[in-house]
Design a protein around this ligand. Sequence first.
Ligand SMILES: [Fe+2]
Length: 367
Amino acid sequence: MRFYIPADVYVEKDCVKNHAKDILALGSKALIVTGKHSAKGNGSLKEVLDVLHAGNLPYSVFDEVEENPSVETVARAAALGKSLAADFVIGIGGGSPIDAAKAIALLMANPQETEAVLYTPKPLKALPLLAIPTTCGTGTEATPAAVLTNRKGGFKKSIAHKIFPTLSLVDGKYLAFAKKELMVNTAVDALAHLVESYLNSQSNVYNRMFPEYGLKLWEQNKDALLSNAPIDEKLYENLMLASTLAGMSIAHTSTAVPHGMSYDLTFNFNVPHGKAVGYFLAAYVEACEKSVPKDVRTILDLLKLKDSAEFADMVKRLIGTYEISRATVKNFAERMSENSSKLKLAPCELSKEAVWEIYEKSLVITD
Ligand SMILES: [Fe+2]
């Protein structure tokens, strides 16, 4: 059994202000990597800039990271960082900017390499990286994974390098500025991380502590997510912590089958990550139930749900359904049946027929 998270993670209110010294100790010139809007709107970028100004630490901002960041965007940001001789990277936002920041920190630390190295296993180090999540789904602040879209290669998947942030500052208050739909989608992603790490052939008693506590916290937000009830500060903190705990868990197990199935939906149809994963979650739970009924029962009890049908109903109420043609989904299922790296993470044998059954139950298939 092993437990390994070489990232300094703080989860607390006003984290950025509280850890100004730790931020300034990361280097002498920063490249800040973020998306177009949210880090400006929720105050996270301003808080970071206040710290850098107070410490007279020079920086540049690359704010062009798109949803599902591409290898091309990462290469462009890394070229900027290298030209400025920045010696550390700050990723602020949801999973997209932080995952991009991980890959950028790797390319900046290895100027002799091109972006082709991102998908080439090689023992390379990245520059120091600060991660500041502002959504409650990705958990990337506590994982070594960075998922990029490779347009040339025609796929979306994790890069070949494991890059933990050096420092992660997690503050639930930024969620107050997120749109409800974004919060629901990202919360479903966190739920998927918690469930997929629990129903996982790599799970053990150490990393199960994280989803067990995370699912308990997630349940406390269930009613607010399902209704129009206001979400208060305590719930924001809960959602953010549940997301970080889920990250700590998948750092050990990796995500499993629903994530593997989701990438085709996102790559081909731009379905937001949380939704794309969420569509497959209930059928995965059901598929596992035959082999590991006790584990599924634990998950349902922590979420205060009667049975897996109620789980399916909850997820459907959160994200709705997705229509897709039979021909397309057959292609996706064929490909997934060959994806042994994800299939071996299920706690049960998933035959070709079982894989197809998950697709059939998860999507509204049109002829
Ligand atoms: Fe995810």
